[in-house]
Design a protein around this ligand. Structure first.
Ligand code: LAN
Length: 728
């Protein structure tokens, strides 16, 4: 049916094998908003041809030609750009799958189901296909695609597969259930699983440790007040507390009754849900709850809630939380910070304003921004895209490779530059202090301006390449001086005063002891902002570049910030010479940044014992084929763990680090890049290898465009240092 001439929606989907026709999917890019569309009629297909980027993203043959074999770095760079430039989208940005986490789709699908939203058949089929493609051999799912099976991954994804039409008799579902039961069943899931399964009515709310909205009534000076938490935690806690307070449960359905019999190891009727508040499988317990959190939960459950929590407090707390939810929604045009709080805020709007309200409808529209289609099926991205981040790094790599003024690539880079111009945030949100927002005028976000959250390193990386193109390479200016200054002004609000380092979205607002209240169990380092060598380096290096062109602007402040930030970088180095990376895997990623910071003040291998130690650390991990490979377990365990195979992206990070450090021996770097070039395909691309990124120590996330721009940057730096000699 799928390739016949279909006019109706049913026939466009091959319902016999539950697959859609890949040649009918299109990625729409509306000023950086990425959404996937499934075309139903021949007319639509004729009017909207599939692009090379669509095909590439869907895993279809792109038919891009074989290129002359590369033997020098320049050849390899040119071949890569020939391929990668075809993936640039009309607004000038790049798109990519931003998958990895396996706990995002469940929130979205449960939200749809609990609100009676109909799920299009092509979504049903392709989400199902994706989840089966990502099922572990033992039948379960992990926290992320490379991780071991956990109750969180397995119970949640099993439940949504059933919602999407999967049968409990299907062999893969039987296997999943077997694995879930072997881990003790869904009662052993973490807090977020218990929350969503209670919304479904598969569990009872007694099993959920308290999420009291009244915490939002604490005065700002209180050390544990939620405004001090890391933004992702407080923005999840916010809608969650509203739904918990309401004890919202969707109307009971047959499926809910069936799930009650499938997800547990004993009959539903015999389960004392309250007694399982703290049950947790070892597979899920990355960050065990502390004695203090247990004590607080005990007091909340046995004293506060039954004896003291008056109706008037509840009403005041819910009203205030609702107001903060509205700020979050309006400030992001209902896309919200990330795909965890987005479906929760959607549910809050449904509960508060009903199914026909603008707020709820707009949320449904926006949830699409998180969905992605690849060759395996449909998944949820970790954010609404990687637009600004990838675009900035692409430009940076090209500049490093000497392409900025090449007539061949200038049009690509000009488009990219214009895209970055369009994404700079130009104004503050309304009532910024009331909703606890960091200043944002002049900043760049990670994804899009609509999402609109300042990130320290995204602002820095974007500003850096704008300065490079319009000041160093004579591009037509896209930002006037006042807009450049706005960006610097935001950055200057973001330093952590006590340590000198920079965090991600905001300076640290609360004590690191708050980590004792980490209730999520599956993640580490989530409660407050921390200093990161990655973010700190991005800020330090862009401030230096800015000063080169604008030496008189806030000179003393910038000088002081740079000095103290460098002190932080030095202090953050471990005994063995390494730095722990928080956003990429892991020590190779952090070394690339930290050594760039040190190089920016002239510290190199020859004159700095600490740089020498860092290089020795890296060199001790080079593999016999010349590459580097680090397992994601490094991020979890915070010690180096070898990957079984060297990785192109990590190899590039390591050699970039060594080149920043002016490592004196060219040989290992040459060998590494020879390995990298050897893996380049004839059409100029590199193939996807292991997952590259991480957050909160335990969850991995892909950065598919790293395999294009980090080789360009590494080969470019090599060429600039040692000439464009033959490597292959
Ligand atoms: C990201 C992605 C980008 C990343 C960098 C810019 C690379 C980093 O240098 C700073 C932090 C930041 C912005 C970041 C923070 C946490 C995010 C948003 C993510 C890793 C993408 C997904 C993740 C988010 C927390 C996922 C939702 C999960 C929860 C636990 C709420």
């Amino acid at each position: 049916a799928a390739n016949g001439h279909a006019n109706g929606s049913a026939s466009a989907v091959e319902s016999s094998n539950n697959k859609t026709d890949r040649s009918r999917w299109r990625l729409l890019d509306e000023s950086g908003r990425h959404t996937w569309h499934y075309l139903k009629t021949d007319k639509e297909i004729e009017d909207w041809p599939q692009t090379t980027a669509d095909k590439y993203n869907l895993g279809l043959p792109t038919d891009l030609p074989d290129l002359p074999p590369a033997s020098t770095p320049s050849d390899a760079i040119d071949n890569c750009m020939t391929f990668y430039s075809k993936l640039q989208l009309p607004p000038g940005d790049w798109a990519c799958e931003y998958g990895g986490p396996l706990f995002l789709l469940p929130g979205i699908v449960i939200c749809w189901y609990a609100t009676g939203t109909s799920i299009p058949p092509e979504y049903q089929f392709e989400i199902t296909n994706y989840l089966f493609a990502r099922q572990n051999k033992d039948g379960g799912w992990g926290l992320h695609v490379e991780g071991h099976s956990s109750v969180f991954g397995t119970a949640m994804n099993y439940a949504i597969l059933r919602i999407l039409g999967g049968s409990e008799e299907e062999p893969r579902m039987i296997k999943a259930r077997g694995k879930l039961h072997a881990m003790g069943g869904a009662v052993n899931g973490p807090h977020w699983a218990k929350f969503w399964l209670s919304v479904l009515g598969v569990m009872q709310w007694d099993i959920v440790n308290p999420v009291p909205p009244e915490l939002w009534l604490l005065p700002d000076w209180v050390p544990i007040a939620p405004w001090r938490w890391w933004i992702h935690m407080r923005q999840v806690f916010l809608p969650m507390s509203y739904i918990w307070s309401k004890k919202f449960v969707m109307p009971e359905t047959d499926l809910v009754r069936q799930l009650r019999q499938e997800l547990f190891v004993q009959p539903y009727e015999t389960i004392d849900f309250g007694s399982h508040r703290n049950s947790i499988a070892p597979e899920d317990n990355y960050h065990p709850k502390t004695w203090l959190l247990h004590l607080i939960n005990f007091i909340l459950v046995w004293v506060w809630i039954p004896l003291l929590r008056s109706n008037s407090i509840v009403e005041r707390a819910e009203a205030w939380v609702w107001r903060l939810v509205q700020y979050e929604d309006v400030n992001t045009d209902y896309s919200d910070l990330a795909p965890v709080n987005a479906p929760m805020n959607t549910l809050v709007c449904f509960i508060k304003e009903g199914p026909d309200s603008y707020s709820f409808r707009r949320h449904l529209y926006r949830l699409n921004d998180y969905l992605w289609v690849n060759k395996e099926g449909m998944l949820a991205n970790g954010t609404n895209g990687v637009q600004v981040w990838d675009t900035a790094f692409t430009i940076q790599a090209c500049v490093e490779a000497g392409l900025a003024e090449s007539p061949k690539w200038k049009p690509t880079l000009t488009k990219a530059l214009e895209y970055l111009e369009s994404e700079q945030i130009r104004d503050e949100v309304a009532d910024r202090e009331i909703c606890y927002r960091q200043s944002r005028k002049g900043a760049w976000p990670f994804s899009t301006k609509v999402q609109g959250y300042t990130v320290s390193d995204c602002t820095s990386e974007a500003l850096r390449v704008i300065l490079l193109l319009q000041r160093a390479h004579g591009y037509k200016p896209v930002l006037d001086e006042s807009r450049l200054r706005d960006a610097v002004d935001v950055l200057l609000t973001m330093q952590n005063k006590h340590t000198g380092g920079f965090a991600s979205y905001e300076p640290q607002r609360g004590s690191e002891y708050l980590e004792m209240l980490n209730a999520a169990e599956v993640f580490g380092r989530i409660m407050v902002e921390y200093d990161y060598p990655e973010c700190t380096t991005a800020v330090v290096t862009v401030l230096s570049l800015f000063q080169k062109y604008y030496p008189d602007y806030r000179t003393d402040e910038i000088k002081r910030i740079k000095e103290t930030a460098l002190q932080y970088i030095r202090k953050a180095q471990s005994e063995d010479g390494s730095w722990y990376g928080s956003w990429g895997i892991c020590f190779t990623y952090a070394a690339m940044f930290a050594l760039e910071s040190l190089a920016s003040v002239g510290e190199t291998y020859a004159n700095s014992p600490r740089v020498k130690r860092a290089c020795d650390f890296l060199m001790s991990h080079q593999m016999s084929d010349g590459g580097w490979g680090e397992s994601y377990r490094s991020s979890e365990l915070k010690v180096w763990v070898d990957h079984e195979k060297s990785q192109v992206v990590q190899t590039c990070w390591a050699v970039i680090a060594l080149m920043y450090a002016a490592y004196p021996d060219k040989e290992p770097i040459r060998k590494a890049l020879t390995m990298v070039m050897g893996r380049q395909q004839r059409n100029g691309e590199w193939l996807q290898e292991a997952i590259e990124g991480v957050f909160n120590c335990s969850c991995m996330i892909t950065y598919p465009n790293y395999k294009f721009y980090f080789p360009i940057k590494a080969l470019g730096m090599y060429k600039a240092r040692w000439g464009d000699e033959k490597l292959l």
